[in-house]
Design a protein around this ligand. Structure first.
Ligand SMILES: NC(=O)c1ccc[n+]([C@@H]2O[C@H](COP(=O)([O-])OP(=O)(O)OC[C@H]3O[C@@H](n4cnc5c(N)ncnc54)[C@H](OP(=O)(O)O)[C@@H]3O)[C@@H](O)[C@H]2O)c1
Length: 348
C-alpha cells in the first residue's frame, strides 16, 4: 500500500526476491494507478527487474480478502492509513505498517526486532484471534534505540539528549524536490520530537504480560531537516548513573547481535557497526551499511564516541527509508513469521 511513494519503492526492492514475501501486488493512490514502477522510480539504486514493468493497481480491502491476500505492508501517509489498516485486520489480513495511526494502540507492538522482540507478545491485546498489526517506530527512533539498547543497562541513564540531522527523503518523494531545503537547514519537523521521545521510551520499556511499561528516562530531542538525500544522523548524549569502562561500552556495541540465531533473511549481522575514523559516520559514505548483501542499509553506524563520566557522547546514522522504513517493516514480518504469528504464504 502506497507502493509508488518513497517507502513503497523501497518495499518493492526488498520484496522483489524475498524468500517468503515475493511477488507483491503494488497498490497506489489515484495519481499512480495504471503507471509502471519503472515510470515513477525515484531511488538512487536500480529498479528491481522482477517488478519494473508491474503496474500500480487500486484494490479495496474487500477485493484483497476475496483474492486471499493475507499480508499487507503499509507505506501510506498517516491519517489516511489508519482506517484502511483497521478494515484489513477485520478482514483477516495482517498489516505491517510505517504509518503512525495505530502505533499507540493496545495490542499493536511497536517493534525493532534487535531491541524489543519480546514486545511481539502484546499482539492482539484482548483479542488474540485478530491477525497481527505491527508498527515500525518513527525512523529516527529506530536509529536511536539500536544505538542505545546495547549500552542501556551498563549506563543506567538518567537522561538522553539527541539532536537530529534528518535527510530530505524523510519527507517522502515531495521532500526530495523541496526548494526550501536547497543549501538550508530547517529546525522544525512537525510532531517529530514528541514522536521520537515517546516511541523511544516504549521501545526501551518493559513488557508486563500484554502491556508495555515505557521507560521513565527523559529523552530530550531537537529535530532538524538538512539537505542530505538519505540517512538520519543523530548526535546523542547520555547522562549516565553508572561509569563502566570505555572498552566495555565498545564491546557491548560490537558484540550486540541478538538475532544471530534466528533465520531472518534481511537481518543485518552485526546490526551495529562502529566507525573508527574521526569524521564518520557520514550519510554519503555510510548510509548503506549492513551485511550480508540482503541487509544493506539495515545496520546502524555508531561513531565519534566520547566517554567522560557521566556523559557518553556519540553519533549514530541509519538509513531512514530502509532501516527506519520498508526494511524495518519487512524484518518485523520475518520475525513474526519465525515466531509463528503469521500464516505462511498461500494458506489463505
Ligand atoms: N520517508 C521516510 O523516510 C519514512 C520513514 C519511516 C516511515 N515513513 C512513513 O511511511 C509512510 C509513507 O511515507 P513516504 O515517505 O513513502 O511518502 P510519499 O513518498 O509521499 O508516498 C506516499 C504514498 O501514499 C500514496 N497515497 C497518498 N495519499 C493517498 C490516498 N489518499 N489514497 C491512497 N494512496 C495514497 C501515494 O500514492 P500516489 O503516488 O498515487 O500519490 C504514495 O504511494 C508515511 O506514513 C511516513 O510517515 C516514512
Amino acid at each position: 500500500m502506497g507502493a509508488s511513494g518513497y517507502i513503497g519503492q523501497h518495499f518493492a526492492r526488498r520484496l522483489a526476491r524475498h524468500p517468503a514475501f515475493a511477488d507483491p501486488l503494488l497498490l497506489a493512490g489515484d495519481r499512480s494507478v495504471g503507471r509502471r514502477l519503472d515510470d515513477v522510480w525515484a531511488l538512487d539504486v536500480p529498479v528491481p527487474p522482477e517488478l519494473a514493468d508491474r503496474r500500480f493497481v487500486a484494490r479495496t480491502p474487500r477485493q484483497l480478502q476475496a483474492a486471499r491476500v493475507n499480508l499487507a505492508f503499509g507505506a501510506l501517509p498517516s491519517g489516511h492509513a489508519g482506517p484502511l489498516e483497521s478494515e484489513l485486520l477485520q478482514r483477516g489480513i495482517a498489516v505491517f505498517t510505517n504509518a503512525a495511526d495505530h502505533r499507540r494502540d493496545a495490542g499493536v507492538p511497536l517493534l525493532v526486532p534487535e531491541v524489543n522482540a519480546d514486545h511481539l507478545r502484546v499482539l492482539g491485546g484482548r483479542d488474540s484471534r485478530r491477525p497481527p498489526l505491527v508498527a515500525n517506530p518513527n525512523c529516527t527512533a529506530t536509529g536511536l534505540v539500536l544505538a542505545l539498547a546495547p549500552v542501556w543497562d551498563l549506563l543506567a541513564p538518567a537522561a538522553v539528549h539527541v539532536t537530529t540531522y534528518q535527510a530530505r527523503s524523510g519527507a517522502g518523494i515531495p521532500g526530495l524536490g523541496a526548494a526550501e531545503l536547497s543549501a538550508n537547514v530547517i529546525p522544525h519537523i512537525a510532531g517529530e520530537e514528541e514522536k521520537v521521545a515517546v516511541e523511544t521510551a516504549v521501545l526501551l520499556g518493559k513488557r508486563r504480560g500484554r502491556r508495555v511499561v515505557p521507560s521513565a528516562v527523559p529523552i530530550l530531542v531537537h529535530a532538524a531537516r538538512v539537505p542530505t538525500r538519505d540517512g538520519h544522523l543523530e548526535a546523542v548524549t547520555v547522562v549516565a548513573r553508572r561509569a563502566p569502562s570505555e572498552s566495555s561500552l565498545r564491546r557491548a556495541w560490537t558484540e550486540f547481535d541478538p538475532l544471530a540465531r534466528l533465520p531472518l533473511p534481511t537481518a543485518p549481522h552485526p546490526p551495529i557497526q562502529l566507525a573508527t575514523e574521526d569524521d564518520r559516520p557520514q550519510p554519503a559514505l555510510d548510509v548503506w551499511a549492513g551485511t550480508p548483501a540482503s541487509a544493506r542499509g539495515m545496520a546502524a553506524v555508531v561513531g565519534r564516541i566520547r566517554w567522560s563520566a557521566p556523559h557518553l557522547r556519540f553519533f549514530v546514522l541509519t538509513h531512514n527509508a530502509v532501516r527506519g522504513g520498508a526494511g524495518g517493516s519487512v524484518l518485523n514480518a520475518e520475525l513474526a513469521l519465525a515466531a509463528g504469528d503469521l500464516r505462511p504464504r498461500g494458506t489463505g
